[in-house]
Each structure stands twice: as C-alpha cells, then as structure tokens.
Design a protein around this ligand. Structure first.
Ligand code: ADE
Length: 244
C-alpha cells in the first residue's frame, strides 16, 4: 500500500511516520509513504499557495490550482485517479471501520488542509472521503493524516507480528478491550485476578469477554446497542445496570 500525503509540512509527516511500527512497516516494504509539498506546485517564484477569502473573513484560503496540480502529478505516475481523503473537522468522524476500508486501497492520497481552509473547487474535483478525527479543531491536517495512516497500517497483514492482537482488541468485536496484566503477579498489594493464572483458556476467554462488557458499559455505553450478547452476558449486563 502506498500513501501520498499532500501537505505544506512534509517533514512533519516523514519524521513521525518513519518512527516505531509504521517506520518498521516502511523498512520492511509493506507500506510506502510519500509526502508531497504542495508549495512545489505554486505558480509563482515565492511559493505562495494561499490567498484572501472571497467575501471577506479572517485568515487565508489554500488555492485550488497547486492542489490540483499536485494531485495530477500522482495521477500521471500511477496511471489512474486514486481516492483522496481530505482531513477536515467538517468530515465524518474516523472510525475503525474506515480504517478497515482504507486498508484495502492500494494508493491512498491524503490531503492536509491549513489556514482557514481550502478552495471548495479543488475539493469538489478530487476528494473521495471527508474525514475528521474528532470534534476539535487542530492547526492543520498533518496530525490527523498521521492518525489515519497509523490506524490503517497496523491492519495490513505482516505489520503487527501478532495477528491475534489486531483482532481481539478494542472495536474489533464492537467492545472495548478487557484489562491486561503482566508480571509481577502482585504489585503494591494488588493481585492479578486468579482466573488469569489458572491456565483454563475457556474460562479466561469468558472472564475477559465479561470484563470487556463491563468496561464498555462504564466508558462507552453507546457501543452496547449494536452488540449481540448471550443470555449469560445479558444477565451480567443487567446486574451492572441495576448496581449503577
Ligand atoms: N484539521 C483540523 N482539525 C481537524 C480534525 N479534527 N480532524 C481532521 N482534520 C482536521
């Protein structure tokens, strides 16, 4: 999979993406990331790519031509029009399902906005998905682009050394992940739950699933609406609700 990031701050993308697990995925040749500086497509010698908004108002707006030209430089190379994700607080909120959708795409272009926005005509022409990473406003789309690339990369086979850990954690089954413990077995007077030391994997799975339900009930009860529960799990949840 290859990500093309259209940005005014390519070094911000490169430094972060080349670190940790995404950095290893790049070294292993599983993903490729190319940060393309929109400023290189300015039609003037001083690299200006923004201008005042028509109709007035605060701030500057990124102009359409450099963005379209930067996108077309990718189209020419790959031989077709790859999908474009525009990072914007006005997009739909990024969820695990979007990460799964994007992970199936071979060439994904991510457009990072800056300043007060981007000329709508550029967006109309190239954008496939408008994506926000949450209901808050950042100074630009680079951090959101990195969030999206990280969430997508870890779903690509071969990136995590342990395939199970991508499938049992939060959101994969619609629940939040259960608590985890490691050595020592007792710390600060707190013991690891006995069942986890029992070696009985069926019982451990059952215990963890109930802990997931409990955590989801406490922290994200909205997620429980879409979950299929067994009779026993339903009863456990009702007990939690009654003790609330
Ligand atoms: N750009 C600025 N804020 C953003 C957000 N919350 N999500 C995506 N892109 C953004």
């Amino acid at each position: 999979m290859k990500f093309y990031v259209l940005t005014l701050f390519p070094e911000m993308i490169e430094q972060t993406i080349n670190t940790s697990i995404t950095g290893r995925a790049i070294k292993d040749g599983i993903i490729e990331v190319e940060a393309i500086n929109i400023r290189d497509f300015a039609d003037n010698d001083y690299g200006q790519i923004d201008d005042y908004p028509y109709g007035g108002g605060a701030g500057m707006v990124m102009q359409a031509p450099p963005i379209i030209d930067a996108y077309n430089s990718i189209v020419e190379r790959v031989g077709y029009k790859p999908p474009v994700v525009f990072m914007t607080p006005t997009g739909s909120t990024f969820e695990q399902n979007d990460a799964r959708t994007f992970a199936k795409i071979d060439d994904l272009v991510i457009l990072c906005g800056h300043y007060e926005g981007v000329d709508e005509r550029a967006l109309e022409e190239i954008v496939t998905y408008n994506i926000s990473i949450g209901d808050y406003v950042l100074t630009g789309g680079e951090l959101p682009a990195l969030v999206v690339m990280d969430a997508v990369t870890r779903l690509i086979p071969g990136v995590l050394n342990n395939d199970v850990s991508a499938s049992t954690e939060s959101f994969e089954d619609g629940l939040l992940e259960h608590p985890q413990y490691t050595r020592p077995a007792e710390f600060d007077g707190k013991k690891v739950p006995d069942i986890l030391l029992s070696g009985n994997h069926a019982k451990i799975d059952e215990y963890r699933r109930l802990e997931s339900i409990k955590r989801t009930f406490e922290r994200r009860p909205d997620l429980l609406d879409d979950i299929e529960l067994s009779d026993k799990e339903e009863q456990y949840l009702n007990n939690l609700k009654n003790n609330d």
